[in-house]
Design a protein around this ligand. Structure first.
Ligand code: MG
Ligand code: ZN
Length: 218
């Protein structure tokens, strides 16, 4: 009897293509950020605010991952940056091959910073390297303060945490100390408390992002 371990072979295949993507990004001096988080955490809104803050100085591109619809991609397009939509047709994460295909639709020579908005999900996106330069998770106050404890796999692979909708922390009885402590139990990570509505904390996130980019060298 032969047992085929699909998950392992899929992962190995993914890792190989992720390395190819990484080489393409490096050769074109494109800094790539993989944005993950639950549905409704505010990934697209964060992206829109970040684009607004940076687009006069940095040439930005976006890959939008969604199970269905091009709603978010249309919002990004309206912000005036090149965007490619990937509809995963049911798949709950992006993989490196999807990114490789999407890249053929960009002129990478004209992009300095590429954002990838992953499918809304705190589980499997964490397991798929896309060849990116940095990973962040957007968590939000209405989701509750227990997410770092319940989804440690996600918090283990990211470089920073954005805790969004911080303006609602009183309404939802969100315990920021619990959240911070549980993140710290997983890993020492930068946590940005932000509100895309009031714009609180966004400059800290943007400074961090630009710092990361200069550390990589492009
Ligand atoms: Mg979105
Ligand atoms: Zn998945």
């Amino acid at each position: 009897m032969k047992v085929i371990k699909v998950a392992a072979s899929v992962m190995r295949g993914n890792e190989k293509i992720a390395l190819e993507n990484q080489a393409v990004f490096r050769n074109n001096n494109v800094f790539v950020v993989n944005i993950m988080g639950s549905p409704g955490a505010g990934k697209t809104t964060l992206l829109l605010k970040t684009i607004e803050a940076l687009k006069d100085n940095v040439r930005i591109g976006v890959i939008e991952g969604d199970i269905a619809t091009s709603h978010d991609a249309e919002l990004i397009h309206a912000a005036g940056v090149p965007v490619v939509q990937i509809n995963t047709e049911g798949a709950c994460h992006l993989d490196a091959r999807m990114i490789q295909l999407a890249l053929t639709h960009f002129n990478l020579a004209e992009i300095d910073l590429l954002f990838i908005e992953n499918v809304g999900n705190l589980v499997c996106p964490a397991g798929f390297n896309l060849g990116e330069s940095a990973r962040v998770v957007v968590s939000s106050v209405p989701e509750g303060d227990d997410k770092p404890k319940k989804y440690p796999g996600m918090f283990r692979v990211v470089d920073a945490v954005l805790l969004n909708k911080i303006d609602l922390s009183g309404v939802f009885g969100f315990n920021i100390n619990t959240f911070r402590e549980d993140v710290r139990q997983t890993r020492e990570l930068e946590i940005f408390e932000v509100s895309c509505k009031t714009m609180d904390g966004l400059s800290g996130w943007i400074d961090w992002l630009m710092g990361k980019r200069s550390a990589v060298g492009y």
